[in-house]
Design a protein around this ligand. Sequence first.
Ligand SMILES: Cc1cc2nc3c(=O)[nH]c(=O)nc-3n(C[C@H](O)[C@H](O)[C@H](O)COP(=O)(O)OP(=O)(O)OC[C@H]3O[C@@H](n4cnc5c(N)ncnc54)[C@H](O)[C@@H]3O)c2cc1C
Length: 445
Amino acid sequence: MGKHRIAVVGGGFTGLAAATVLSQKNDIIEVDLFEKNSHLGGLAAGFKEPGWNSALEYYYHHWFDSDQSLKKFAALWGATEKLCFKDLLTVIETRAGGFVPLDSAMALLKYPALDMPDKLRMGVVLAYLKATRSWKTLERVTAEEWCIRYMGEKGFNEIWKPLLVGKFGPQYASVVNMAWLWARITARTKKLGTYRGGFQALIEDVGAYLRARGVQIRLSCGDLAIDKSDSPTARLRVRNSAGDAGQYSAVLMATSPFAFVKATEGLVSPDLGPTLLDRPSLGVQVVILSLREALNSRQKNYWYSLRKREDQPFLALVEHTHFVPETEFGGEHIVYLANYVDPGEPDWRLSDDELRALALPTCRRINPEFDPASIRRSWVFRERYAQPLMLKDASRDLPPIRIPGVEGLYFGSMAHVYPWDRGTNFALELGERIAWMMLEDLGLR
Ligand SMILES: Cc1cc2nc3c(=O)[nH]c(=O)nc-3n(C[C@H](O)[C@H](O)[C@H](O)COP(=O)(O)OP(=O)(O)OC[C@H]3O[C@@H](n4cnc5c(N)ncnc54)[C@H](O)[C@@H]3O)c2cc1C
């Protein structure tokens, strides 16, 4: 019997993990990895300007020290030595407008805008959240209800409400479930990680690993459509604008729901598309500033959680070169500003120049002496599917991985990593899980 052929569509971390697991069986399986961009990496990809040693992620990225799947895959790829973890400073904006750390029990005790009983109560509740694994009970209530009940209204309004409003906007902040916040709190570590040369350097190392194991990586693959195969030895056929791109025993779509629905139109049940597309999710707008000097040269803060206001849409400002030194970027100091937006809202249509202009007062809040003349250049990036929203009882209504009615078709997206929040570590875990499902269904496990 010939080898089974499997297609993985999407070269983000989910697709890379699935291709990695499948490539371990290259004596019995041939794997084709289709990616619409000219590079692998998806949302975690990066770009490199002339004179830079490191690539810069289009969207700020780091790992937590608790990211076990990342560490496991890095060992398999021979990449462990290039992982770099460091203690980094993260600060949160207080109601009064200052920035203070909130990354340890001691920092919480010193937090200026809460009374000691509120701080002690919050400390106990946070310790519980770090320790518990009972997320199923937490998903039955909203984060707002749960935090007010257990941490008190004052603590919620001071710390958690601005974070939820910053991330999800006022329209969704009160409906996100508590399991989402639990996942954020429990996975978080003070030590954050990156890869020598940036995430893109890891992605390229993974590409080389896969090619060496016979995986055919088909970049810039164009629009794909998947339908039933008419071959007796395959189940599904992948087509692109040039015609037949391959016949496969199984296909994994490791993409956003939008790309899944588009590529599988006519193949999957007509009811499935609307249920996938109606799930709420947010887009993201990211402004990257390259500065002549550090934005904050007095304190090496890496991450600022900001309070959203009329004139200040950004949820976070990340001084990247307080993590990866500016010498990696030819002396340029790199700052990201991120705004999550419902693509149905008018703010989604803000132009690049409008977003750049909004970034200036935010920089001044961090450094009142900030001079726009210190901006050498800037970039603006947007992504339509950046953050799925998880509402009450989300686990009862997750999108399917095995697609009903279409044998051999699988789907993996950021929504599938629930109860975890989106993240490359969980994308790896998901890709691995789906690869094992495919092997099991083909009787190859
Ligand atoms: C602003 C932002 C910040 C983030 N920060 C972090 C962080 O600090 N740490 C962290 O771990 N994670 C972070 N994440 C999350 C992380 O990027 C994602 O969880 C992860 O990249 C998801 O991987 P994926 O493979 O599931 O999806 P994606 O990365 O979206 O990959 C999907 C791939 O499919 C391709 N594709 C789509 N349609 C087609 C098609 N028709 N044919 C072929 N290919 C197609 C896309 O081009 C893409 O390469 C962040 C995300 C965002 C948006």
